[in-house]
Every structure is written in C-alpha cells, then in structure tokens.
Design a protein around this ligand. Structure first.
Ligand SMILES: Nc1ncnc2c1ncn2[C@@H]1O[C@H](COP(=O)(O)OP(=O)(O)OP(=O)(O)O)[C@@H](O)[C@H]1O
Ligand SMILES: [Mg+2]
Length: 308
C-alpha cells in the first residue's frame, strides 16, 4: 500500500530524519513509537505530501507520490497532532467545511457527515460549537474530518494526547473498528500501551531513525532481555539511588514507588539487586518477576524511558 525509501529531512542544522524506510501492507495498523522530537510528525508530513523530503522516494500502490500527487492525495487522510477545527463553528459545520475542501457536496456530504458523527458517537452534539467540546470530543471530530473522503490510508499523529482515559478508550474503539474494516493506518504515539494494544507492527523511532521494527512478539524475541523484576518500595526517596542507576544503566526504570529491572535471567540478578537496594536503604514491600514489556525493550534500544 505504501512504500517509502531513504527519507531524509533536515530543518537547517537539525537533522529530523535519516534514511527512514517504510513498507506498509494494505489493512495494516503500523505504530510509530518514539519520544518527543523523534521525527514522527516530520515522517507523517512527508508521507502525506505536506512537506518535501531532502531525499527519498514514496510510492502508494506503485505510484510515485510526487509524480501522481492529485491521485495519491485522494488515498490519504491525516489526523494532525494539532487539532485543526474552527472553535466558533459547530461540529457539523466543521465537517462540512472540510468535506467541501475535499470536493464533496450536497446530499452525499450531509450523509457522510451524519454517518461519521454517528460513528464517532457525537450525533447528539453535532449542532454545538466546538468551543463547548471537551478535549476528547475535539479529538474525535479531528478524526472524523480525516475520514470524510473515504481515504484508503490514514495517518494518525498522536490522536489521544492530552485527554482523559475514558475518551482515550473511545478513540481506541474507533481505531479498532476502522482496523477491522480494513483501513490501512499509521499511528504515532509516545505511549507504550497504545502501541502494544493497537498495532500489528511497531517501528521504534529515535533521533530521526527507525532503530527497530516488528510485531510486539518479534521485538521482544529480538531483545537480549527476557524478564523484568518489579520491585515495590515504601520510601520513595529517589535521591540516593546512584548505586542502582550506575550498576544497571539502560536496564532500570525508576518510578515513584517501584522500579523495574529488565534482565536476561531475573533469578540470577535478584540477590545482587536486593543487596544494592539495601545499600540504598530502600524498604522493600513486594518483588515479582514478570515477562518482558515493550517499555524495557524501548529502554534497551534507546537508553531512554518513554514515560511522561
Ligand atoms: N519547522 C521546524 N523547524 C525546525 N525544526 C523542526 C521543525 N519541525 C520539527 N523540527 C525538529 O525536528 C525534529 C523532529 O521533530 P518532529 O516534530 O518530527 O518530532 P515528533 O516525533 O513528532 O515529536 P513530538 O512527539 O514532540 O510531536 C525535532 O528535533 C524538532 O525540534
Ligand atoms: Mg509530533
């Protein structure tokens, strides 16, 4: 469905993308997981023709994007990271405005708007101005606007940022339904659990490069790590944890009341870990060994934690 080769882009001296290659199958839901500034929005802007790469080629179903721009653009829907709606227009008016931009008119536009408002669960609020909407409702209308022209591939750029868990779940359900209907999607996020829950395949992007790619199981299997030790403590004083962080660089995630150590052999690691915890004067409440998570794989690959 989509094939991109060697995408490279700099903004003056900032290298935003370096040799990004992507091959997305029809019906696939591909997740692009990366921290702030990794290059997710730049990738989506280039793939959707909003931004020209310095180098690289893009094909939609064997058609070169720039040589078949009008035709390819009809295939593409974009849910932008920044909500693109008019606050003083109603939801219905916003969708009609965007529909007109795509050249949809009259009865078919009305029908499509109503159908999407129903699909996104906002029919009862369709005549209310966007400025009266919650963040999650605005995000849903932002998604509807990208679907008006029946695109074959939709880019969703962090569609759940800044909303409450219930709204986030509603959006997940919408995306899962679109996936079931066979829509091809590229979904960017810096939330591990979203990539884990939604995506068929995940590309981990950091500093403008895709550094690993595969299904969740493949990413875990490729890692040298196998398990995680979860250790809960009741004195969350993080000032004195240097012995632990020095010893377990790139393996340790520290949270307010627990830490997670990823390891190739948790049992063997346990005595040393407990000894260091005691050196750091941590009062241990609970220890358990779990299977490897995407978060540990991400930490191993990038040296970074993705948590907010
Ligand atoms: N218009 C611009 N001018 C200059 N630098 C830019 C511009 N847009 C992005 N950048 C830089 O390019 C890099 C990639 O940015 P991009 O917005 O693609 O990342 P992102 O993964 O979408 O991040 P976020 O999670 O914050 O949305 C960053 O270093 C960013 O500062
Ligand atoms: Mg972005």
């Amino acid at each position: 469905m989509l094939f991109a080769k060697n995408l490279t882009k700099s903004y003056n001296e900032v290298k935003a993308l370096s040799n990004v290659n992507l091959s997305i199958q029809k019906g696939e839901l591909y997740g692009m997981l990366g921290p702030n500034g990794a290059g997710k929005t730049t990738t989506i802007s280039i793939l959707s023709s909003l931004l020209k790469p310095d180098e690289g080629e893009i094909f939609y179903e064997d058609k070169n994007l720039y040589q078949n721009l009008a035709e390819c653009k009809k295939l593409i829907g974009v849910v932008p990271q920044k909500i693109a709606l008019y606050e003083d227009l109603t939801a219905s008016e916003n969708l009609k405005f965007w529909g007109t931009m795509y050249g949809i008119k009259g009865q078919s536009l009305q029908k499509k708007c109503d159908e999407l408002l129903d699909f996104l669960g906002l029919s009862d609020r369709k005549n209310h101005k966007i400025k009266t909407y919650s963040g999650g409702m605005k995000r849903r209308i932002n998604i509807a606007a990208a679907l008006l022209h029946n695109p074959k591939i939709v880019f969703m750029d962090e569609p759940t940022v800044g909303i409450d868990p219930q709204s986030r779940n509603l959006i997940f359900e919408v995306i899962e339904e679109l996936h079931l209907r066979g829509l091809t999607m590229i979904y960017t996020t810096h939330y591990m659990e979203e990539a884990e829950r939604l995506c068929d395949r995940i590309g981990i992007i950091d500093e403008g490069r895709i550094i690993a790619e595969g299904s969740l199981d493949e990413l875990k299997a490729d890692s040298s790590l196998k398990e995680e030790i979860h250790l809960k403590y009741s004195n969350p004083n993080q000032s004195g944890l240097d012995p632990l962080t020095d010893r377990y660089k790139g393996q340790l995630l520290i949270n307010e009341d627990h830490l997670i150590l990823s390891s190739s052999k948790a049992n063997a690691e346990l005595p040393g870990l407990i000894q260091l915890c005691s050196k750091c004067e941590l009062l241990l409440d609970k220890i358990d060994i779990r299977s490897l998570s995407l978060e540990s794989v991400f930490l191993e690959l990038t040296g970074k934690s993705l948590r907010d």
